[in-house]
Write a protein that binds this ligand. Structure first.
Ligand code: DQA
Length: 145
């Protein structure tokens, strides 16, 4: 089972950016955890991070035919990017949306998720463990297919 984990803009700044919201663990630590969880769950995992919308669209498109599912934290593009929504719909791979913070309790402009409309589930407000929960959910979803 091959899962692609995509992180959007500023997720590479974890540990530095607004630690009161996103915690003190770094992006490097997130990658270490992702690899650990993938091993435990017997998942082949690739991770990708970009600050550029089009680059993320390209990556979603490239998943077609190569991955079984996607875990995505589109970060700020969550709330703006119809292009990412369309790319997720185009490849039609099961995708789980993750947000480290509880976006539902934040600013009004964070209340819309475009990408989330193409996802089978959204996990928010669980810190980095949200990615773990997303992998578990996606794995069991794929096994049921
Ligand atoms: C985020 C929430 C977004 O609103 C924000 O723009 C981010 C991170 C999260 O993981 O909580 O960059 O996706």
């Amino acid at each position: 089972m091959k899962i692609l984990v995509i992180n959007g803009p500023n997720i590479n700044m974890l540990g530095i950016r607004e630690p009161n919201i996103y915690g003190s663990q770094s992006y490097c630590e997130l990658l270490r955890l992702l690899n650990l969880w993938a091993q435990e769950l017997d998942i082949e995992l690739e991770h990708f991070q970009s600050n550029h919308e089009g680059t993320i669209v390209d990556k979603i498109q490239s998943a077609y035919g190569h991955f079984d599912g996607i875990v995505i934290n589109p970060a700020a593009y969550t709330h703006t990017s119809i292009a990412m929504l369309d790319a997720l719909k185009a490849v039609a791979l099961p995708a789980v949306e993750v947000h480290i913070s509880d976006v539902s309790a934040r600013e009004a402009f964070r209340q819309i998720s475009y990408a989330g409309q193409a996802c089978i589930r959204t996990i928010m407000g669980q810190g980095l463990d949200g990615y773990h929960q997303a992998l578990i959910y996606l794995k069991s979803y794929l096994e049921r297919q």
